[in-house]
Design a protein around this ligand. Sequence first.
Ligand SMILES: [Zn+2]
Length: 175
Amino acid sequence: MPEPGHPRDGGRRDSYRVSVTKDYLVFASAHFITFSGHRCETLHGHNYRVGVTVDGALDPESWYVFDFGILKRIMRKLCDDIDHKVLLAMENPHLQIAEVGDSVTVAYDNKPRYVFPKRDCALLPVPNTTVEMLAEYLTGLLQADLAKEGPSNLTAIDMEVEENFGQSATFRVTM
Ligand SMILES: [Zn+2]
C-alpha cells in the first residue's frame, strides 16, 4: 500500500487509461439502418470489432486501474451475446417489430419487410443500429456489469465499435 502523499497514492493526482482490443472482441451480425426521410438500408452484415478503454486512478493495492481479466471476460460475453444475430432497433419509430410465436416480423413504415427466427434476433433498446448506438448500448451493459464488481475507481469509459476497417464510432461516458 503506498504511503499517503506518494505520487501514486491512489490517483488523486495520477490518472491512467487502459485499453482492451482482442481478436475475440468481435461480432459478425446482420443489420440495416434507417435514414431520415423514407430510406431504409437492405439487410447486410458486418464483422464488427470492439475496443474499450477505461480511465481511472490506480488501485492502491494492485497498482492497476482495473483487472484486465474481468474487463476481457465482460466484453467477450457482451460480444458473444449479439454475435451471429440480426440486430434490430426496437426504438426506431419507422420500424414495427413484433414477436409472433417463434418468429420476429419487421415492417418499415407499416410495409412488411422481413420475418426472422426469433432465436436469430437481438432485440436492442436502441433507435437505430448505427455504430454510435451500438457503442452506447454496449457501454451501458458494461457499466451495469462493472457495478456488480463493487466500488469503482474508474472515471470514464470509451467504447469503440468498428463496422468496416477504418469506419468506427466511439461513445464516451464519464462517471
Ligand atoms: Zn451496415
